[in-house]
Ligand binder design. Sequence first.
Ligand SMILES: Nc1ncnc2c1ncn2[C@@H]1O[C@H](COP(=O)(O)OP(=O)(O)O)[C@@H](O)[C@H]1O
Ligand SMILES: [Mg+2]
Length: 305
Amino acid sequence: MIYMLPHLGGSPRTEDHMGSGGRAFAFGAGLDEHVGMGQVVAVVNQKGGVGKTTVTLGLASAAMARGHKTLVIDLDPQGASTWVLGGQADRLSTSVADVLATGKGSVAKAAVVPSEWSHLVDILPSVPRLQELEVLRAGLEGLVLGTKTETRLRKAIQSLAPHYGTILIDCPPSLGSLTTNGLAAASQALVVVEPTALSLRGIDPVSQLIESVWERHNQYLDLAGVIVNRMPPRSHDAAVHFDELAARVGRRAIWSPEVPSRVVLAEAAAARRAIHQMGARGSDVAGIFDKLYSKLWKLIKPARA
Ligand SMILES: Nc1ncnc2c1ncn2[C@@H]1O[C@H](COP(=O)(O)OP(=O)(O)O)[C@@H](O)[C@H]1O
Ligand SMILES: [Mg+2]
């Protein structure tokens, strides 16, 4: 079965597909109708540790280096991107948890704080309490919290969106209501994978969630593509897994270059710095994120025009 995301005002492309079931996703531009939200990008994968946060922050760092005003929305209860960006969960009076509880733009506005990186990067921070919201939602969806909980983030950030060139949503390692909220708010989904057998097994559930959110909540959602993280320099296994990924999602869906394994990325996170602030040691990886961000910007720029 060939399954396509039809594009409003554009023709579906059949040559790119994602998922072993032969499901096909169109990807690319054509999102300018998403009422000013074309620059919202959700970084997803249900597996922890594959590099969602690293890629989100690498892209935020590249956006900052280009002078683009950027908002990072941290949907992971573990709050890694909030922490690296300098947010202090214990000092926050309002967070993304309140945003999801209310769906209100005024709450989102109150929750946004500047990062420690630069005035160009803001955070919509996470708090550990976010986890309770996810668990609560899973069991009581629709009963206690009412309907339409999945589009609360989108509604809440609508009035913030015009202030940012790029909005990156760092999703949690799950495919529950938090990630669903992230995808429902986004115009682009970026899937992060590692070139390992285990990581590739996760591709089908992710593509199914993207498809389901597209069907039920967000017809403007597009698959931007797949970013391969922790690509080892010379590894037969990794090369085999890379080819397998290409066979499953289509070579054009995989973004180039891949992000290599580099200690400096972990060091930047530990030092709560941007990869572009790590000096010469970070410059090759920073250059890779510059290239990836340029590709992303080409997708979202039409929506900013
Ligand atoms: N390309 C990479 N090279 C070196 N370390 C990495 C790389 N990508 C991620 N890491 C490290 O691996 C850990 C998990 O990455 P993270 O981005 O937090 O994953 P996720 O957000 O998907 O859970 C972090 O400590 C991070 O610094
Ligand atoms: Mg993370």
